[in-house]
Design a protein around this ligand. Structure first.
Ligand code: KPL
Length: 304
């Protein structure tokens, strides 16, 4: 018998990435369910995923806090925005069995520190993905880009081998990262440059290749390298700069998630991106001129 079938996976956050993972897990033979707010409970038509090869429709159960949670969850994948994680996990915590493993997967860093007081006996893994999907409706998404996914252990009991293998099977180009924080910092560098600058300048990602942005980009990255160093995270500065350039060119026509958040007047993830850098810098007794400037400007934009 396939050992994958016995594992129950829940996804907290039925956004574009949460739904994409649900479809991918389902295709790998393990149908997850969603934990949602009562108004998002969905008993009707299936969830649909559009890819380059066609559209697929799948049924996923949805549970809200008022429901009895059957069966127990072995792995909870949290795909909420960073600023929603602590509050949502605090609400759901009483419904989770102590050996439910938690995997956080979002842009930015910092939630692993925020949830430490409520973690109890749960094992915690962190992850990062460059897969891309767009929400077309509440239960309908379009895959807009292929990408890689990395996840790795952070605290408490480690993720069960069966769960790891299931994720590796389900998620394209995925791997277990030995140093997951280093992987998160690599993604942080990309987001710390592209997200605020595209939001502030009101431009698509590709416009950041212009000469006039190069000084700011390199200053933001120099500050990031300085904080990483103080935090004991080893990054190769040439590699990081090259990777940022590459992502600007690979996603040239896209509008970053922060650009869209500002455009649609939604909260942004700035506090977990440049804000995280500024906060960690303060903890080490230094201030960051460029990252602080981006943080201030984006906060101002999202207030308007
Ligand atoms: O992760 C992204 C985002 O928009 O949040 C990038 C990689 C910058 C792509 O737009």
């Amino acid at each position: 018998m396939d050992s994958f079938i016995a594992m129950n996976i829940a996804i907290l956050g039925a956004g574009a990435i949460g739904q994409l993972l649900a479809h991918q897990l389902d295709a790998a033979g393990n149908t997850p369910f969603f934990l949602v707010k009562p108004e998002q409970r969905f008993l009707g038509a299936p969830f649909t995923l559009q890819t380059q090869t066609g559209t697929q429709a799948r049924h996923f159960d949805t549970f809200s806090l008022a429901d009895e949670l059957q069966p127990k969850i072995d792995l909870l994948i949290v795909t909420l925005k960073a600023y929603q994680v602590r509050r949502a996990l605090t609400r759901w915590q009483a419904k989770l069995s102590p050996n439910c493993h938690i995997l956080l997967l979002h842009n930015g860093i910092g939630t692993h520190l925020e949830i430490a007081p409520i973690l109890g006996q749960h094992g915690l893994s962190l992850g990062t993905t460059s897969q891309a999907a767009l929400k077309l409706g509440p239960h309908s998404i379009k895959q807009t880009g292929n990408g890689t996914t990395q996840f790795g252990h952070y605290a408490g009991p480690t993720m069960a081998k069966e769960l790891q293998q299931l994720l590796l099977k389900a998620l394209p180009d995925s791997c277990v990262a030995e140093h997951i924080l280093t992987a998160l910092w690599h993604k942080l560098a990309i987001n710390a440059v592209i997200n605020p600058l595209t939001a502030i300048e009101d431009i698509p990602n590709g416009a950041l290749a212009a000469e006039k942005y190069q000084h700011t980009i390199s200053a933001v990255l120099t500050e990031l390298m300085q904080v990483a160093n103080l935090e004991g995270i080893e990054l190769d500065s040439a590699f990081v700069s090259e990777r940022v350039k590459q992502v600007i060119s690979l996603t040239a026509d896209n509008y970053s998630s922060m650009h869209q958040d500002v455009a649609f007047q939604r909260p942004t993830e700035i506090d977990y991106i440049n804000g995280y850098l500024v906060q960690r810098a303060h903890a080490h007794g230094i201030t960051l001129f460029y990252n602080q400037q981006l943080l201030t400007k984006v906060r101002q934009l999202s207030q308007h």
